[in-house]
Design a protein around this ligand. Structure first.
Ligand SMILES: Nc1ncnc2c1ncn2[C@@H]1O[C@H](COP(=O)(O)OP(=O)(O)OP(=O)(O)O)[C@@H](O)[C@H]1O
Ligand code: SF4
Ligand SMILES: [Mg+2]
Length: 350
């Protein structure tokens, strides 16, 4: 198992801020098997995964009960108005890209404070896409300080805890679970802004980028945020049936976990050749694409984003596509989808 140690002597921490001493969760047994239900769960010591675990005796007899960290998370989340998860069934369909475009578009209004939490523990790509490579986490008396893209756009990712972006994270569920809890408990999203007052949210949107599928990370984030409230999930898919099949599983997950679905975005929907302007459906929507799926399941279809090679280029260099190419059909699609998401989230709050 890779042990991630904090970057020591890391790039110039601001005055009064020290490097994190040891940013890993320390309450997760190192020797727990892969499907450990969590030492605080009611099933601890009794689940199938517990059979043969060296901690079984302890877990069977240890006191159970509500997670004492949940009120701490709830307190920390008080500064955030809307929490949105970005999900997909399949990998590589454009979740992180969409999360970043959404973040940039929200932050283009200077009065809107936006934060991105990257919980793709094994494949964090948000730091690259937001232009935040080689950043490290620093701690102050109020918690971990996120990295800032601009005054009103901040980000936290496991990548900021790694000694190098090439370091592989090979963690089992319990350890990922512990890190996500620590992010929710310890990150000070206000980053030194005005003191939080009970009736004022300082962060308008917290966008959570996730790995594909329904993994330990999904269970963790939904469980830890249950008390604080998740405004909803945006589900990303490509148009072809193999991706849509997995979206159905994601929808079922949201329904089981009582996560509202804001809507579905179809990404990589068609490509218009810049030379001859012929449109090709590279991922052919053989079963009607995301629109048909939404019609069938009564979900909101948020819109389609075409393939544009400049999107990938902007992601690689950490630039905002919607700002660089505002006139492109893909930017128009992003902005129309983002407006619908904001509208749906605002409606929920009324
Ligand atoms: N509409 C698009 N047109 C062209 N390229 C795109 C588009 N959307 C995403 N991409 C590119 O596709 C690749 C995969 O996108 P991204 O990393 O956002 O997917 P993901 O769903 O987050 O993947 P993972 O499941 O691995 O986290 C990236 O190189 C990205 O730049
Ligand atoms: S650490 Fe406890 S809860 Fe986790 S698998 Fe072992 S016995 Fe079960
Ligand atoms: Mg991703």
């Amino acid at each position: 198992m890779t042990e991630v140690l904090p970057p020591t002597g890391s790039a110039g921490p601001a005055a009064g801020i020290t490097s994190v001493a040891r940013p890993l969760p320390d309450q997760i047994p190192e020797n727990a098997p892969e499907h450990c239900p969590g030492v605080e769960s009611d099933a601890a010591g009794h689940a199938n995964a517990c059979q043969g675990c060296p901690n079984q005796n302890h877990c069977q007899t240890a006191p159970k009960g509500p997670d004492p960290d949940l009120p701490i998370i709830r307190e920390r989340m008080k500064c955030i108005n809307s929490k949105i998860l970005i999900l997909s069934g399949k990998g590589g369909v454009g979740k992180s890209t969409f999360t970043s475009q959404l973040a940039w578009a929200c932050a283009s209004d200077h009065a809107t404070q936006t934060a991105v939490l990257d919980i793709d523990v094994c494949g964090p790509s948000i730091p690259t896409i937001l232009g935040l490579r080689n950043q490290y986490v620093h701690a102050s008396s109020s918690g971990w300080t996120p990295a800032f893209v601009s005054d009103n756009l901040s980000c936290m990712s496991v990548e900021f805890l790694l000694p190098s972006s090439e370091t592989a994270i090979i963690w089992r569920g319990p350890k990922k679970n512990g890190l996500i809890k620590q992010f929710l408990k310890d990150v000070d999203w206000t980053g030194g802004m005005d003191e939080l007052t009970s009736d004022k949210c300082l962060i308008d949107y917290l966008l959570v980028d996730t790995p594909p599928g329904t993994t330990d990370e999904h269970l963790s984030i939904v469980g830890f945020l249950r008390e604080s409230g998740i405004d909803g999930a945006v589900i990303i898919t490509t148009p072809q049936e193999v991706s849509l099949q997995d979206v159905r599983k994601e929808i079922s997950f949201c329904n089981k976990m009582h996560v509202p679905i804001i809507g579905v975005v179809e990404n990589m929907a068609g490509f218009v050749c810049p030379a001859c302007h012929t449109r090709s459906d590279i991922f052919y929507p053989s079963t009607g694409g995301a629109q048909a799926l939404c019609d069938e399941l009564g979900l909101t279809f948020l819109g389609s984003v075409p393939i544009d090679p400049r999107i990938a280029r902007c992601c690689d260099v950490g630039e905002s596509f919607v700002e660089e190419y505002p006139e492109s059909p893909a930017s128009e699609a992003y902005l129309s989808i983002i407006a619908k998401i904001k509208e749906r989230v605002a409606q929920k709050g009324t």
